[in-house]
Each structure stands twice: as structure tokens, then as C-alpha cells.
Design a protein around this ligand. Sequence first.
Ligand code: SF4
Length: 356
Amino acid sequence: MTNLRERLLSWYDRAGRDLPWRRSRDPYAIWVSEVMLQQTRVDTVIPYYHRFLGRFPSAAALADADEDEVLAAWSGLGYYRRARLLHRGVREVVARYGGLVPEDPKARRALPGVGRYTAGAIGSIAFDREEPIVDGNVSRVFARLFRIDSPLGATATTQRLWDEAEKLVRGPRPGDLNQALMELGAMVCTPKGPDCASCPLTSDCRSFGTSDATRLPIKATKKPPRRLSLCAVVATSGRGRDKEVWLIKGRAALFGGLWGLPISDAGPKRALDEAGLRARLRPEPSDRITHVLTHRRLEVDVYLATGAKPIHDGPSPYSAKSLATVGTSTLTRRVLSLPAVRFTQGADLAPQWASG
Ligand code: SF4
């Protein structure tokens, strides 16, 4: 008689995808992959994972890099706070542990950016320790498997999910067990149409054959994103091939400290003033775009300005080509590719424009 754990592992051995990070037991590489995979699809992450590890093959190499280099390598993946925290965490690993990610879970949890999920993923996959993980996929599988009827995000639900994960991870191959749970959520027990006919856990699942298989999990109630009206200014100098756009380090709260266009909620002139730029501003906006961040919905009027000159330190000029060497906000990249702006047309930015 096999139990749930064994059924899940043997399904994973048979059906699990061959993903690049699954070939590694290097805690640093696992850490990078787990951070990238938060809120980003596997297909999108794969090329970034290869490029990032090619550029920063060890914790020491990443710790040595400056933040702009790290953000440039992350450019296009979105959620840049993840990259900055990873960088800080890795620097601490180098400073305190000689570049070796600590095996002790308490020391791992104390690193910047390493929450319970990331610590558990590194602990179980890289160190073969019985440490649980709960992410969106695992939450969905558990809600159906154990018929958990309370909303995700509620304290009692979170506690119950971690308790179940903790019980299940005990035993052989804890890292594979955790990955099998996530894989089941990604491939079989999917949000809208769970493929129960292919599931190895039908005999364990309390929702199997009932409407609960699609009704659960009960979603957390979300606040609608706050609307914000902004003006962004594409301020350029030079012409033709020498044309450059002036960028500033963006507001950390909105754009994670990446390079971005001058932007303000008090009009285009104020955007230029605050950026430390003087330029000939066209009176009317050239376009308007809507940009949705996690908690905010930005309605952005896009203005053009020419003959830009800095009036103090801070703003920097970039050609369409040199933009690829710095971390730029997704909003900035979207604006610069608008037909009305046309700044990046023909520039070789393709690898960094994949998503986000
Ligand atoms: Fe999900 Fe269906 Fe498997 Fe239950 S039987 S865990 S609902 S796929």
C-alpha cells in the first residue's frame, strides 16, 4: 500500500518537468531561481535564470556587483524589490558566512528578503532538510485536498496550510516532495480546470468528484488598486543617431529605484523641475497609457520635450542603445516604445523586453 507521499513522489518522478534549477543543488542557484519564480511564469524565468547565473555565477560574484548591474540583469522581470533584496541577502551571506548560504534555517530566515517560503525551498531542495513550503500552487492543492473552506490569507487558513505542509514534508526526499506539490499545482491541480483524471491523489482528495474541486480555494478579498494620474516627460537632446533621452533614478515607492522618465502628479513642468531638467515642452500630451502595478493603477499622460539640459546633478542621458545597460522601469520602457515617442525603435533591447 502506498501512501499519499509516495504516490506524489512517484508521479513527480514520472511527470515532473525538467527545469534548469532542478538540475542544481547549489543553494545560491536555488535561491536565485526561487526569487525569480515569485510572481513570474516559468517560461519567462528560464532565459533570465541562465543569463543571471552566467553573469553572476556565485554568491561572491553577485555580492561584488553594484546595484545598477544587478537591476540591469533583472530588467524586464518586474518586481525589482526582489532583485535588490536578493542582492542584499547575498552580500550578507558573503560578509557573514564566507559566501556559503547557511544550512541553519534560523540563519537563513534572518537574511534580507528570505521569508519562510524561500528559506524552506532552499533548505529542502539544496540541503535535503525537512522544511515545509507553502506558495500559491501548494495553497490551492491543499485547499482542495483537505477541503479547506476558509479564505486564503486569513490567519487561520495560513496556519492550517503550513501545518499540513509541515506534516507532509517529513520523510525521505523532502526537496522533491515540495517540488512535487508545486508541480501538481502548476500542471494538474490548476486554478480553473483541475485535471482530476490525471491526478495521483484522487484517493486522498476530499474534493475529488465534487464541485469543490473548482470552487476551492476561497480567494482572499483584495482591495482594488488605487488610481493615480501622472505626467511623464520624454525629454530628449540631440537628433537622429545622437538623440538621447534623459532619465532619473525613479521614485523608490513606485519604481523600485530604477532609472525612469521624469514623472509627477503635478503636471509635466513639475516633472521636469523635480528631475533637474530644462527643456522645450510641448503643451499637449502625445499619448496616454494605463499602467497597472500591484496596488496602483497609473493613468499616465506622456509629454514630449526637446533640447533638454540638466540644471543640477542627477539626470543622465541615454541613447536607445545604452538603455540596455541600465535597469529601467517597465513603465519607462513602455513609454519609450510608444509609436508617438518612437525612441527605442530599432534598438536591440529584445532580451530585456520579455515581460513585466
Ligand atoms: Fe486537485 Fe483534482 Fe487532484 Fe483533488 S483530485 S488534488 S482537486 S487535481
